[in-house]
Design a protein around this ligand. Structure first.
Ligand code: SF4
Length: 233
């Protein structure tokens, strides 16, 4: 079912050109990886724009072009004329190191991180090897690769949900977890409910939270969980 659905253009930012770069998994897969590395402590839309901003400044986003940049070049590109990230110095270092890792470990082809029907744990582990990437982003990266880009792994056990604000609210209202549940509680609840692929649960929960189950003025009449939901009004 998941893999039968057609491959669709994935929206990461509000910019077509930036999203085209991030969707170019066969030509410039490092853009997706570098965006994941940038995705911390700022809004995701802003973080995922950073590869495109580099491309605008450099005129190219090829690995050859990126490898020609020194660490201080990357620092300058990240900082000027306006900072691309809240933590310019750290993120410049992580960006530089990530390019280096892709060149050295993956022969400049970032798609080798996930190619070959690998286990979900292997792919997540490889993302965790990038400086600055923690379990949440590593799992999110694997989840996007499978769900949106239809990359097949040998299993999906290790891909967890991203317990964002919508997911937390919907899990709480559906009585799947207490309303003040911790991120770990949400993650383990999803593992218990759908151990084969826990991360599959965050997309419908997010959609319900965004469309109907809003913090205020929820629209239970239109929500497809209405018949089952103990909080329906
Ligand atoms: S039925 Fe209402 S309370 Fe329950 S998940 Fe849907 S919108 Fe939220």
């Amino acid at each position: 079912m998941l893999f039968k659905a057609p491959l669709e253009f994935v929206r990461f930012t509000n910019y077509d050109d930036a999203d085209r770069l991030l969707n170019d998994l066969s030509g410039r897969p490092h853009a997706f990886v570098l965006a994941c590395v940038m995705d911390r402590q700022i809004k995701a839309e802003r973080a995922w724009l950073i590869p495109f901003r580099f491309m605008e400044k450099l005129g190219s986003f090829s690995m050859d072009t990126l490898l020609k940049q020194s660490e201080s070049d990357v620092q300058r590109l990240m900082a000027e004329p306006e900072p691309l990230h809240r933590f310019v110095d750290d993120m410049a270092k992580f960006f530089f190191k990530a390019v280096e890792r892709i060149a050295q470990q993956y022969n400049s082809d970032a798609s080798l991180i996930w190619t070959g029907k690998l286990s979900s744990a292997t792919v997540i582990y490889r993302f965790l090897e990038f400086d600055g990437v923690g379990p949440k982003i590593a799992s999110m990266a694997a989840n996007i690769l499978v769900r949106q880009f239809k990359i097949k792994f040998s299993d999906y056990f290790s891909i967890d949900i991203s317990a964002d604000v919508h997911v937390r609210r919907v899990f709480g209202r559906l009585n799947l977890t207490p309303r003040d549940a911790s991120v770990d509680q949400l993650i383990f609840r999803a593992r218990g409910l759908h151990p084969e692929f826990p991360g599959l649960m965050d997309s419908p929960a997010w959609e319900i939270g965004r469309n109907w189950c809003r913090p205020k003025n929820r629209e239970c009449d239109g929500c497809y969980m209405n018949d089952l939901c103990p909080s329906a009004i």
